[in-house]
Design a protein around this ligand. Structure first.
Ligand SMILES: Cc1ncc(COP(=O)(O)O)c(C=O)c1O
Length: 480
């Protein structure tokens, strides 16, 4: 019987080759298209319909990776990737993910990986402290890691529903209980409404609140909606405020929303999935004013803190509500409980837990909070620079304020007959620029109108990439 695993020599050789491949790719990504030029089905069509019966050499597999897979991956680490929220990995985080996979860490119980559990709690505290979110001795912040903010928000709202007290969904389910309703602005990420679907509230369990001309939730409209809903027999239970909405990165007035939540005894969840990272920089903290009054906050280091997908932190001041909502203790998972030895599976729907903390720990140590701040500030400077270019150019306009590192803008075609033609030509412009493969940006809709959107967040993006992006867009406008 041969050794069950491959030999250590083959592993070392393959890791060396994989690391060299990454370095080569990252250090020369400008030579590559941001996203591949192949039609759908190319990769699927080139993969045999059955797995091989006998093992193949790792070198042959890596050959295929380099020939077929890598060229057909969208290059999220490309310095001219400006779409969605531009997110990138970094060398320290890659080392961490290798180690985590190597150890096959599963931090479901403290005893199944003590260091992973303790590092997770410690690093969540590091990040909280670095973001200026002071510890609250009366109801301390408790941070745990989830894969995504979508899942973090499900957990937050699950806890919010549990916290109502008068409904015992844990034991009785939803049937026969009050008609629950929760709120977020019309600019909130769809994951908030989707969390309502997961919680069984249905689409009518969610109400979108109007925003002002800067795309911030209107507190008056929220208060009026809650009043109206109570009069109609709904039981409001939670509000999600966003700091850094997906389309424009607007920040809801959290303090005013917190006033309403306190008055109405509603759970306040803050979605800072994108922008939370920039709270590391003191000058951006006014956008977050009031978030310390929330019951829960979601922040995604995987969005703008140079760790790869996935890693989202959910902070809550009521961790016991999450535990209560999910409490079930099968005998096979029973473990001695200590104050200092928590079992993180108690705070998540999923039992198995990846060792996500390692990559954030390595990134925070390798760059230091000063280094991270420097990079975040530079991204915001570059966004302001791009906004200035838009403002100063003929035939372009800004579509929203630029509080962080994302710019919403539009080309204005003087000869367009109507809004529909303006929108169509903007979309063609974007598609034409993206088709070159030299940069990648995306769009959104604001007030029903198509808007172009450039997000800066990659660790390798420099001023020349941003200036170049604008030049390409200007040059393409002439052709549309
Ligand atoms: C503001 C905001 N919240 C939540 C999400 C969902 O993120 P995730 O992919 O972590 O679920 C996004 C995604 O872009 C977002 O922009």
């Amino acid at each position: 019987m041969p050794s069950a695993d491959l030999s250590p020599e083959l592993f070392l050789k393959a890791v060396d080759r994989a690391a060299r491949h990454l370095v080569e790719t990252l250090e020369s990504s400008e030579k590559r298209r941001v996203f591949p030029n192949a039609p759908p089905g190319v990769v699927r069509g080139a993969i045999p319909s059955r797995a091989p019966r006998t093992g193949e050499p790792l070198d042959a597999i890596l050959d295929d990776f380099e020939r077929l897979i890598a060229p057909n991956l969208t290059q999220w680490n490309h310095p001219s990737f400006f779409a969605y929220f531009a997110i990138s990995s970094s060398y320290p985080a890659m080392v961490a993910d290798l180690l985590s996979a190597g150890y096959n860490v599963n931090a479901m119980l403290w005893r199944t990986s003590p260091a992973a559990t303790e590092l997770e709690l410690a690093v969540c505290d590091w990040l909280r402290e670095a973001m200026g979110l002071a510890q609250n001795p009366a109801s301390p912040w408790h941070g745990v890691m989830h894969d995504t903010a979508s899942l973090g928000t499900v957990h937050a709202l699950l806890a919010a529903r549990e916290d109502i007290g008068e409904v015992n969904v844990h034991d009785d389910g939803l049937a026969g209980g009050p008609r629950l309703r929760m709120y977020a602005s019309e600019q909130a990420h769809s994951s908030v409404e989707r969390a309502g679907l997961v919680l069984g509230l249905g689409r009518r369990g969610f109400r979108a609140i109007a925003t002002d001309r800067n795309f911030r939730m209107k507190p008056d409209a929220l208060a009026a909606a809650i009043r109206e809903d109570r009069a109609q027999g709904y039981r409001p239970f939670a509000v999600t405020a966003a700091v850094g909405t997906t389309s424009t990165t607007s920040a809801d007035p959290v303090n005013e929303i917190a006033d309403i939540c306190e008055r109405e005894a509603l759970w306040l969840h803050v979605d800072a999935a994108y922008a939370g990272s920039v709270a590391l920089c003191e000058e951006f903290r006014p956008h977050f004013a009031g978030w310390e009054r929330a019951q829960s906050i979601a922040v995604n280091p995987m969005k703008w803190l140079f760790v790869p997908v996935d890693l989202s932190v959910l902070y809550t001041r009521k961790p016991e509500a999450v535990r209560r909502a999910l409490s079930l203790s099968p005998e096979y998972l029973r473990a001695p409980e200590h104050q200092d030895a928590p079992n993180l599976m108690d705070y998540s729907i999923a039992l198995g837990r990846r060792f996500r903390a390692l990559k954030l720990w390595m990134v925070m140590r390798a760059f230091g909070t000063d280094g991270l701040k420097e990079r975040l500030r530079e991204h915001c400077r570059l966004a302001r620079l791009f906004a200035d270019l838009v403002r100063e150019a003929q035939g372009f306009e800004l579509s929203a304020p630029v509080p962080f590192s994302t710019v919403c803008f539009r080309a204005v075609f003087a000869d367009a007959r109507d809004d529909a033609e303006q929108d169509a030509r903007n979309e063609r412009l974007m598609n034409a620029v993206n088709a070159t493969g030299e940069m990648f940006f995306s769009h959104t809709k604001l007030h029903g109108r198509l808007v172009l959107r450039l997000a800066i967040g990659n660790i390798r993006t420099e001023e020349r990439h941003v200036r170049d992006a604008f030049q390409r867009i200007v040059a393409e406008k002439v052709r549309q």
